[in-house]
Design a protein around this ligand. Structure first.
Ligand SMILES: [Fe+2]
Length: 214
């Protein structure tokens, strides 16, 4: 058995014991906390449904983004799940307060830095593809969910890129969502807004029920 195969076999069995679904067995960071651990951390520090749902939504879109560009879906998903975990309890210190917690729990540096970097004011540069996608998709995911809420049956699958683009220009709609972050994030990635909206809608549709959408 080759060393790589042995590693894959060991990783698979460790994760089987944890009862994780099949795609999670392919994580390239066997030393980092599991998705279950990450969800427990989110729940420990975030009690409101809306912020928990935001974490789940950004997890789903980050997994889709990873699949699109050849990233590690587990790593990218966990980064999305945790990116705002300290916001509710420490709004004035977010995301700095959470940094020590994540480092203490053994998350890889690229996870920690992507989470710091998604807050523009942190001054932490977005040097990895994962960091750039997180920044581009965070606010956009919130905005797509807001657009879904005003569709018949709150159906996220009905959300079209053209209506998202139109509503972005309406300053009174979902006014807490930063248009500047969305345009800056899109420009940094170099991916058209339309494609990003399609990715977000496609990722949220299978978990619409969990997100309070149709
Ligand atoms: Fe966020």
């Amino acid at each position: 058995m080759m060393a790589g195969q042995l590693w894959a076999w060991r990783n698979m069995n460790l994760r089987e014991v944890r009862g994780l679904p099949w795609p999670d067995r392919l994580c390239h960071h066997p030393e980092m906390p599991s998705r279950e651990d990450a969800l427990a951390t989110l729940h420990e520090h975030t009690k409101t449904d809306s912020l928990r749902r935001h974490g789940l939504a950004v997890e789903a879109v980050m997994r889709s983004a990873a699949a699109r560009v050849g990233g590690d879906p587990e790593l990218w998903g966990i980064t999305g799940l945790l990116h705002d975990f300290d916001y509710e309890a420490h709004p004035d210190e977010h995301p700095f307060w959470g940094r020590a917690v994540l480092e203490g729990q053994g998350y890889p540096e690229e996870v920690v830095l992507a989470i710091q970097g998604h807050a523009n004011f942190s001054g932490v540069p977005r040097e990895t593809e994962m960091a750039r996608w997180l920044f581009a998709l965070d606010e956009l995911t919130g905005f797509v969910m807001a657009v879904a809420m005003v569709q018949p049956g709150r159906e996220v699958a009905r959300v079209r890129a053209a209506s998202v683009a139109k509503k972005l220009k309406d300053k009174s709609f979902a006014r807490t969502v930063s248009r500047d972050d969305i345009s800056q994030g899109t420009a940094e990635l170099g991916v058209p807004l339309e494609e990003l909206v399609e990715l977000v809608v496609g990722a949220l549709t299978p978990i619409a029920g969990e997100l309070g959408l149709g």
